[in-house]
Design a protein around this ligand. Structure first.
Ligand code: GLC
Length: 473
């Protein structure tokens, strides 16, 4: 008889219901990849639970009714819904703290503190309503980390059975606001932890402290977080937990990101028909108002406008390449200051640099398929997904040797890697890229090498499965 492992997988966002960034991609694809690993020996019953943000797009939700959780001297109502995604049960939690907060992530820390504390604890309480109980609570980032702390606390306070906690770290610097008052109101005590004092009231550190396993989204990030440079003040604490930390590289949804049948492209292609890719470059050049010329290197940035992503370094590098012949497209939204800097860059070089300050998934795909090089000069990058998508689409990445970029791009083989977070280092890498670009055969060899990489979820999901198995033994 096969053994079943029940996993309650919590996230703030998951594609296709609601997506803001990379977390949404991962939470949308990893749980399904895990379920499909079920075999004769082990059945993985992974179920996804999400907040019913007002912006969630989901049809045909079945109401599961209302229940309540004690809060302070009274109670708070929880409303739950259910749907399925390729056979996987997906639950949505609603309630006043979620309804009253319009966006997925608010600029008002207090609203988010209320929302995600409520969500993390209500998701635990949901289990009793559906009469299904997790062996493992798998949380992602600060938003859902309290579910692990809450689950441990229930075991202590109420003698509940052991439920293992797995916390995947997509972005350590975001630890969440002070939630001490809120969780105590839900009847959860804050323990005397060995966390630094400032961290004892924040969801992410509390979740890290309570988890049985911590997973960073790439092997390199798993070691970087132990250093002062990337550890955000938790490096010493994390060093003590070293044995429970691993790094598992994210995969990408290779069915959705497939140049051979991506509906957003003007011309589909694959590794055997790479010559067809040129049509996409021409279409992209037309669309962006560039001169149509396959011989000019077309550089691209598809990124949140954020200092994390090193967009300022890219702007400075492009600015200092006056005498070099290239075209560049910058796509993304974010920090108003960086958006402004992007606009002025375009004004400075109107024919050479185009800027589209919005989120546009279709245009992003056309850029992966039509541009020659993708710039990712990130100051830190826990994993990064764009560089993997780019390689799959024959676009060569130029990346800083940080986190997952370091684990996915091989210098001079599948892309160009530089060390120092400085625009001169990036510029040197771009120039090296342009030099190879001018040698047709050598360039194609790099494109082939990138397209031949396997970035599917399969291998990574298997590592999570092994981890789950070790935790329920
Ligand atoms: C965060 C990280 C990014 C990672 C993504 C998914 O957005 O910044 O590097 O790829 O999470 O794990």
């Amino acid at each position: 008889m096969s053994k079943t492992i029940n996993v309650l997988f919590l996230a703030a966002e998951a594609d296709p219901f609601v997506k803001v960034g990379g977390l949404g991609d991962v939470a949308g694809s990893l749980p399904r990849a895990l379920r499909s690993l079920s075999n004769d020996d082990v059945k993985l019953d992974v179920r996804l639970v999400l907040p019913y943000h007002p912006v969630v797009k989901a049809e045909g939700l079945r109401p599961l009714g209302m229940f309540s959780m004690p809060r302070g001297d009274s109670e708070v109502g929880v409303e739950a819904f259910e749907t399925t995604l390729n056979g996987m049960p997906v639950y949505f939690i609603n309630g006043d703290p979620i309804r009253s907060n319009g966006s997925v992530y608010s600029l008002d820390a207090k609203l988010d503190a209320e929302k995600y504390s409520f969500f993390s604890l209500a998701a635990l309480a949901l289990q009793k309503q559906i009469n299904w109980f997790a062996d493992i609570v798998h949380a992602n980032d600060w938003h859902t980390a309290l579910s692990i702390y809450g689950s441990l606390s229930k075991r202590w306070e109420e003698g509940a059975r052991h439920v293992a906690g797995v916390l995947t770290l997509h972005n350590l610097p975001f630890m969440g606001p002070d939630v001490s008052g809120i969780v105590e109101n839900y009847g959860i005590k804050l323990a005397q932890t060995d966390l630094p004092e400032w961290a004892r009231v924040m969801p992410l550190p509390l979740g890290l402290w309570a988890s049985d396993a911590i997973v960073a989204v790439s092997p390199t990030y798993g070691t970087e977080i132990l250093t002062q440079e990337y550890g955000c003040g938790l490096d010493e604490f994390l060093q003590l937990r070293r044995d429970t930390i691993s790094g598992v590289l994210n995969g990408i949804d290779v069915d959705s990101f497939n140049p051979a049948d991506d509906a957003a492209l003007g011309m589909n292609f694959d590794i055997n028909t790479l010559e067809k890719r040129t049509a996409n470059k021409g279409l992209l050049q037309d669309k962006l108002g560039f001169a149509r010329d396959p011989g000019i290197p077309l550089l691209a940035m598809v990124s949140r406008m954020d200092v994390q992503k090193g967009v300022d370094l890219a702007f400075a590098a492009l600015k200092s390449m006056k005498s070099v012949n290239f075209q560049a497209i910058i796509l993304g939204t974010g920090d108003p200051k960086l958006e402004e800097a992007a606009r002025s860059l375009h004004e400075l070089f109107p024919d050479k640099i185009k800027v589209e300050l919005r989120y546009d998934a279709g245009l992003a795909r056309q850029i992966y398929a039509g541009s020659d090089m993708l710039l990712m000069p990130s100051r830190y990058e826990p994993c990064g997904l764009s560089q993997m998508i780019a390689m799959r689409y024959g676009c060569v990445p130029i990346v800083r040797a940080a986190g997952g970029l370091n684990d996915t791009v091989k210098q001079n083989e599948t892309g160009f890697v530089f060390e120092k977070a400085h625009h001169m280092s990036l510029m040197a890498a771009i120039k090296a890229g342009i030099k190879v670009f001018s040698k047709h055969e050598q360039w194609q060899k790099m494109q082939f090498a990138g397209m031949a990489q396997d970035f599917s979820w399969e291998n990574s999901a298997r590592k999570y499965l092994e981890l789950y198995q070790s935790l329920v033994k």
